[in-house]
Design a protein around this ligand. Structure first.
Ligand code: CMP
Length: 142
């Protein structure tokens, strides 16, 4: 499997629940390495730019409001098959559909407050990583 990088965001609900450590533990125990981290509190405008791909969706406004409601932890993960592996560890977007043992099954309350975000493709990972991080922030662990 190819080595990839992907963007993970621990969302305001999971930061508020103090489960940052539990989420990062799951990444590390499954072969993903953290190569950059940044805690920040997005403005609604910044959240809107990050999620611009969803601009026309009915949930866009609520999503931007939620993502700017408190601090988040953005990080870049590196490892074999990182994009899909991260998605498997997160579980389905809607926590009601998330498989047992996934991050969202264990920590998410609703489809908006769903604990984590992860890039959905390698192409989008590149775009999303550069939203939060510059080249000098990325510290390969290979
Ligand atoms: P995320 O992986 O961060 O990507 C977009 C977010 O929009 C998603 O997780 C959900 O938190 C939120 N969202 C709200 N409603 C929906 C929906 N019907 N379908 C997909 N995503 C939704």
């Amino acid at each position: 499997m190819a080595i990839q990088r992907t963007l993970s965001i621990i969302k305001p609900d999971a930061v508020a629940k103090n489960v940052i450590g539990d989420i990062i533990r799951r990444f590390e125990e499954n072969g993903l390495s953290v190569i950059a981290t940044r805690m920040t509190h997005l403005s609604a405008e910044q959240a809107g730019r990050f999620y611009a791909v969803h601009k026309e969706r009915p949930f866009y406004k609520d999503l931007c409001k939620f993502m700017s409601s408190g601090p988040i932890l953005a990080m870049t993960l590196e490892g074999s098959n990182a994009v899909n592996l991260n998605r498997q560890l997160m579980g389905a977007t809607n926590p009601k559909e998330a498989e047992e043992g996934t991050i969202r099954a264990d920590h998410a309350n609703s489809i908006d407050a769903n604990a984590v975000h992860g890039s959905d493709s390698e192409e989008n990972a590149g775009i999303e990583i550069s939203f939060f991080f510059g080249d000098l922030d990325l510290n390969s662990r290979l």
